[in-house]
Design a protein around this ligand. Structure first.
Ligand code: UT7
Length: 331
């Protein structure tokens, strides 16, 4: 029991995905692949893709409204909005626009980037503001539109990603439901997964050059990322469990970043977590980057799978390289 009211409860969730679905069969028209290959190697059967008219801010706002409704919180009660994303509509950030769209007039809003670990890193970041007694009500959004940045001619990556948004509302409470966490980075593996800026020299005046380039498409060493995930994710969940004073058999649900069904299965197997406890929406959404964990959480809560009091282990991993886990009690 936390007498100061600086414990953390996660009291609402919401999600949104674009209406357009692209199934594996459709991808066979643009790259040499098959439904059989994609489904057996990744578990993915279809993914949602945003149209040029759909913005990240729109998707994120829809997810946020659903989360606020479940939490029974008015937008004006929010103190802080954190948008975890790698594909903001605007490099200066999209959180401010979401704040305006929601009418969350009291809230300060900012973006943060930690690729597919963004939601877990955001959860821990948000919780620090509550722990210190600074803020009471926080909206955390994970949203990405990676279809904008995928190389649709590269069969090793274009089959993986989908677009979406998920959000949760965190609130200060007496009981602390964020039981433990662990975050890690290793920039030595940075080159294995990138959405990198490509410099293009531009001479402003003779002798003064700047760069006026653009961003490249996503590049990935899939095998390296696979090995990294299967090795590091169980370690980081174990560490977070240790901090929570729990063991893996006390977890009700495992919600990992949805990257590949084989990664979910391998991590669960290593940790001796029963397959029924592993939440997966990969078949229908693919890898939605920062959105994947809150999207899967929201679907499982609304399906009635996850109930108040359930202990959830969540883990994100990806570019950076970055990875992290958090253990929390739902509701
Ligand atoms: O959010 C960040 C996270 N990203 C990830 O978690 C990705 C982690 N990595 C993976 O999920 C897997 O490495 C992939 C799904 C990307 C690839 O699966 P894999 O079992 O590691 O395949 P591979 O890269 O070893 O490729 C095996 C073969 C190759 O052919 P050869 O060289 O053996 O003739 C590839 O060229 O499969 C080929 N291949 C494909 N074939 C049909 C690669 N992509 C495809 C494809 N369709 N889409």
């Amino acid at each position: 029991m936390n007498q100061l009211g600086t414990g953390i409860s996660i009291i609402g969730c919401g999600s949104a995905a674009p209406a357009t679905s692209l199934d594996n069969q459709a991808l066979t028209h643009i790259v040499e692949t098959s439904d059989e290959w994609i489904a057996s190697r990744t578990g993915i059967r279809e993914r949602r893709v945003a149209s040029p008219q759909e913005s990240l801010a729109q998707l994120a706002t829809e997810a946020s409204k659903n989360a606020l409704e479940m939490a029974k919180i008015e937008p004006q009660e929010l103190d802080l909005i954190i948008l975890a994303t790698s594909s903001a509509d605007d490099l200066f950030g999209s959180a401010g626009l979401i704040q305006a769209k929601l009418g969350a007039t009291r809230a300060v809003a900012f973006d943060m980037t930690a690729a597919c670990s963004g939601f877990v890193f955001g959860l821990v970041t948000a919780s620090q503001f509550i722990r210190t007694g600074t803020y009471r009500n926080i909206l955390l959004i994970g949203a990405d539109i990676l279809s904008r940045w995928v190389d649709w001619k590269d069969r090793r990556t274009c089959i993986l990603f989908g677009d979406g948004a998920g959000a949760v509302v965190l609130q200060a409470s007496e009981k602390d439901n964020l039981l433990g966490f662990e975050l890690r980075s290793d920039g030595a593996g940075y080159h294995n997964l990138q959405l990198a800026y490509q410099p293009q020299p531009y001479e402003i005046i003779p002798g003064v050059d700047v760069s006026q380039g653009g961003y490249n498409r996503i590049t990935m060493n899939g095998q390296e990322i696979y090995r990294f995930a299967v090795k590091k994710v169980p370690e980081v969940i174990e560490k977070a469990l240790f901090r929570a004073n729990l063991t893996s058999d006390q977890i009700d649900w495992l919600i990992m970043h949805q990257a590949n069904q084989r990664i979910l299965d391998a991590v669960a197997q290593r940790m001796k977590i029963e397959p029924e406890k592993v939440i997966s929406n990969l078949a229908h959404h693919g890898n939605t980057s920062a959105a994947s964990i809150p999207l899967a959480l929201d679907q499982a809560v609304r399906e009635g799978k996850i109930k108040a009091g359930d202990v959830i282990a969540t883990a994100g991993f990806g570019a950076g390289l970055s990875w992290g886990a958090a253990i929390f009690e739902w509701g």
